[in-house]
Design a protein around this ligand. Sequence first.
Ligand SMILES: *[C@@H]1O[C@H](CO)[C@@H](O)[C@H](O)[C@H]1NC(C)=O
Ligand SMILES: *[C@@H]1O[C@H](CO)[C@@H](O)[C@H](O)[C@H]1NC(C)=O
Ligand SMILES: *[C@@H]1O[C@H](CO)[C@@H](O)[C@H](O)[C@H]1NC(C)=O
Ligand SMILES: *[C@@H]1O[C@H](CO)[C@@H](O)[C@H](O)[C@H]1NC(C)=O
Ligand SMILES: *[C@@H]1O[C@H](CO)[C@@H](O)[C@H](O)[C@H]1NC(C)=O
Ligand SMILES: *[C@@H]1O[C@H](CO)[C@@H](O)[C@H](O)[C@H]1NC(C)=O
Length: 521
Amino acid sequence: MGFLRSGILVSAALAAVHARCVPRTSIDCSSLAGVSLGAGYSITSAEEYAAGEVIATDIINEISLCLVQGTISYGSNDVPVKNGANTLTWNLYLPLASDYNGRFIVIGNGGYAGVIDNGTMMEQLNLGYSAAGCDSGHSLAADGNGTYASFLGNTAEVEAWIHNSIAMTTTLTRELTTEYYATAPEYSYYYGCSTGGAQGFALAQFYPDLFDGIYAGSPGNWYSHLVLSFLWNGLHTAGTGYMSQDALNFITASVISACDSIDGVVDGLIENPLLCDYDITQLECTSGQSSTDTNGTVVCLTSAQITAAEAVYAGPKNVLTGDAVYPGLSFGSENGWIYQETILYEDFTTLILEEIVFDDLAYNVSSFNWGSDVSKVDSIASPLIDEISTNLSSFQKQGGKMIVTQGWADQFNAATWPIQHLEQLQAAMGADTVNSFFELFMVPGGGHCGSNPEYTHVPGTYNVLDVLVPWVEQGIQPTQMESITPPDGTNTTRKLCPWPKTAHHVKGDVDDWTSYTCSES
Ligand SMILES: *[C@@H]1O[C@H](CO)[C@@H](O)[C@H](O)[C@H]1NC(C)=O
Ligand SMILES: *[C@@H]1O[C@H](CO)[C@@H](O)[C@H](O)[C@H]1NC(C)=O
Ligand SMILES: *[C@@H]1O[C@H](CO)[C@@H](O)[C@H](O)[C@H]1NC(C)=O
Ligand SMILES: *[C@@H]1O[C@H](CO)[C@@H](O)[C@H](O)[C@H]1NC(C)=O
Ligand SMILES: *[C@@H]1O[C@H](CO)[C@@H](O)[C@H](O)[C@H]1NC(C)=O
Ligand SMILES: *[C@@H]1O[C@H](CO)[C@@H](O)[C@H](O)[C@H]1NC(C)=O
């Protein structure tokens, strides 16, 4: 705060006092372009559009909006400065005053980012939010293609990516929101998944005062070790251990048939994979048996495939200490492993090891030492890209509320990491304290930030804000969450529960979330 000229700050502060008593108003959109900003901040356009005039990633503006775009130049310590060497690009969608709900929301990024998640911003605009987003401090387009992330060679851009870009964006765009309505937003929310989930944890840890409510989906917040799990899984499933999509679906079908009914409902899903006791060696081909029948259908697994699958379930281990480097993947998630076998370690681990850890573009990931090199990752990469503090007391004490979602069949992230991290937080801060501001919702059959495409009957949209907003604004602690819109196009809804609770069928339609109750099993 404090970079706008002082007169504006004073009027905004006075206006905030009256926020709830006066009808909302807004100034002319284009006049925002003339607002004087602090060093490093610039506005490239501020223009009003009527409903239906703007399309953002397939989503149209259902209401008029004031669309403001600009940049932040920042220096080596990620502080906005005039003529900083690095450029962050941001977007702000402001509803006209009559549609504004008084809330400000910032949308996070996915993967290496480099683009703004305009589509999710537009969804929030249509609900009446002032919605902001950024490219996380670098443009991938400038790097030529989406898989080679040259920003990884620039330490400031790496720190901006997960740790600081959202905070830089928030400070400016919230001031502009205040300027536009002549009053500060009543509440501020953050909403992100995947890398965006990690960005959510970074906000709670490094910028605990910025947000009232944080949503962090499929959080890659132990990023440095998450990418080591990609490498472990990639290397262990290479060569003879490789499992085709058909082989993976064959495993999942077998696991589901063994564990589906544990929760009392046969729905093609495992409600709680931790209760599933499954031995994959039962799928091993008998001596001389071919793994496919004459029609090419997978009927068993080779011993190399069994060994590979066991390594993926186990997760990477440190050869010096024997400690887990990262959790393994869960029963029922196998049908999403094709990503682990191929692109994840190639796209993420290779570049992060080459650019950040070893500073060697010819580094051969097969030579990674699962003892000494883990320490190297911890000392070099972790301070730049992880956000795993178990002390979130500053965020908790200012009244912040945080919701995490995690799919049990996430194609990217080991599902049990968020459970482990919840338990770490509880051990450090006390379970009652953590439970009063932080909730984790595990999603049976859920994928990475939505559906696992092989689980077509599992709703992939989680109505997070429906429970986060009442928690923040009215102190109503969420006891359940609805998930909707499965890929199969049916009207199936499911009940998601705050871990360690899971959904238990009470009566009625098994595909209707109201037929369930949340309880510990
Ligand atoms: C969407 O974001 C990109 C930057 O990633 C920006 O260039 C473009 O103008 C944005 N479009 C809309 C409609 O906001
Ligand atoms: C992306 O760019 C990098 C670096 O220039 C290059 O090595 C790689 O082959 C490119 N990938 C694609 C898919 O174009
Ligand atoms: C192969 O497919 C045909 C036609 O669907 C079927 O009749 C036959 O039983 C199948 N063979 C095996 C070994 O499953
Ligand atoms: C990387 O190392 C592995 C194992 O030592 C070796 O098989 C492979 O050929 C190497 N790859 C390259 C590109 O040198
Ligand atoms: C947690 O962080 C707060 C704020 O930085 C600090 O005052 C407190 O001592 C920390 N608690 C522990 C147990 O380290
Ligand atoms: C879903 O619900 C809507 C509204 O009740 C109904 O019109 C539609 O037919 C339902 N679709 C399916 C696939 O059941």
